[in-house]
Each structure stands twice: as C-alpha cells, then as structure tokens.
Design a protein around this ligand. Structure first.
Ligand SMILES: [Zn+2]
Length: 251
C-alpha cells in the first residue's frame, strides 16, 4: 500500500492525530471502496463526509435529475444544478471538496439484474435510497455477496440507521420482513432536512468504522432519532431464523 503524500498528510491532519485512525487507518480509508446508492437527503451528507474523510473510491449512484423540491434536504445539489443528472451534480461537488479520491458516477436505476455487477469491487454499500423495493434488492445482494451494508431511513421528524454485517447479525429483511402494503407509505412523504443530515452522517461514521475495523457498529441495533422529542433510542434487533435472505448463512 502506498504512503500518504505530504498534501494528504496536511489534509487529513485531524484524522491522523486520532489514535483510532493514524497513518495506518488513513491508508485503510484510502484503500476503501464505498458505493453510496442515492444522492438525496441521506446520500448528500454521507457522500460529503466520506469524501472529506479520504475514502479512496466512492461510487455515486442515482438515476434522477435535480429538482427544485430536492434542495430542501439534498444539500449536495444547488440551484445551478436544476435539471442536471444527480450523479453529475454530486460528483462535481465531491471533486471540488477532495481531488485526492476517485469518484465514480453510476447513473443507473438499481434492479435485481444489475445490482451484482454494480456493487462488484466495493467493500461497503450505503443504503441512501428512498424506497422499500430498492432496499430489499440491496440487502439481499449484500448478504449474498458477504458485503457490509449501512441502512438509513427517514420519515417526517424521525430517522433510523442500522448496519448489516452478513454472518454477524440480523439483515435488514430480518427486521423489516416485507414491504409495507402499497398505498400505506406516500410516494413523496414530508421529511425534515436536518433529520436526513443526522442519519446520513451517522451512516458515514459507520462506514468509516467498518473500513478502519474499529468501534462498535450498529449491528443488531436499530438506532432511532426523533427530532421532535430530541431523543435517540436504540432497539435491539435479532436475526430471524426463517429470514428468506440470511437464514442459510452461518454465524
Ligand atoms: Zn435476514
């Protein structure tokens, strides 16, 4: 593994002085390859902090274009980006923030057919999507590939995060079982931008810990943030022995 350049040492000074990171940890981040699925409310802060931290390769996946109604929470995009593909807008911002990393645009809609090809080569996948069907596809593909998967979800003033490490705890489907009946979740629900910011940032911290191999992950722990009550709570979640996705995997 190559050393850090002088410019990288300067840029990551505040990482390098952390005992948990140091030069060895920074090199792990530099070698890290992370796919972020979605560049919206969750993807915006997650991508910004992962890029800033020096994660060496970031896959930036989205298939939508920037709309004025996105800017209330999707802070990686700006007025000048209206109508632009979100991958283009997000990659431009990340390149401005950190020119030392590889930023890979993936302008596709995730399907059961393309998920394996798209996530191939990445170490960690971030669920920054806004819909249940995509999460089921991502979770199953990650479990089958043995890839860690960091889930985030937001609705109204509430957000949640959980990390799935295949073979070490429950997968997302163990906890959420099946998509809610159609019509019960509005297609474009209200959400406070700051809640997306909080959860996306927690997801970035989970990814950094995964790449470093340090700290206690949100494995088997669903962390819930209620902004109205200004409370965090944690729900212990267990593996479902009948889970159709992960029940065949040994712990
Ligand atoms: Zn499962």
């Amino acid at each position: 593994m190559s050393d850090l350049t002088d410019r990288e040492r300067k840029r990551y000074t505040r990482n390098l002085i952390l005992e948990e990171i140091g030069e060895a940890g920074q090199l792990k981040l530099k070698a890290g390859k992370v796919l972020v699925v979605g560049t919206g409310g969750l993807g915006s802060p997650a991508l910004y902090y992962l890029a800033a931290a020096g994660v060496g390769t970031l896959g930036v996946m989205d298939n939508d274009c920037v709309d004025l109604s996105n800017l209330q929470r999707q802070i990686i995009h700006s007025m000048e980006d209206l109508g632009k593909p979100k991958t283009v807008s997000a990659c431009e911002k990340l390149a401005k923030l950190n020119c030392e990393i590889n930023i890979v645009p993936v302008q596709e809609r995730l399907t059961p057919e393309n998920v394996g090809r798209i996530m191939d080569g990445y170490d960690v996948v971030v669920d920054a999507t806004d819909n249940f069907p995509t999460r089921f596809v991502l979770n199953e593909a990650c479990v089958k590939a043995g890839k860690p998967f960091v889930h985030g979800g937001i609705l109204g003033f509430v957000g949640q995060a959980m990390t799935v490490v295949p073979g070490r705890g429950p997968c997302w489907q163990c906890v959420f079982h099946e998509p809610p009946p159609s019509g019960t979740v509005p297609a474009a629900p209200g959400v406070l931008g700051a809640v997306a910011g909080t959860i996306g940032t927690i997801q970035a911290a989970e990814v950094v810990k995964l790449l470093l191999g340090t700290g206690k992950l949100l494995v088997g722990r669903l962390l819930i943030y209620d902004a109205l009550e200004a409370l965090f709570r944690e729900v212990q979640v267990k593996r479902d022995p009948r889970c159709p996705v992960c029940s065949g995997i040994l712990i």
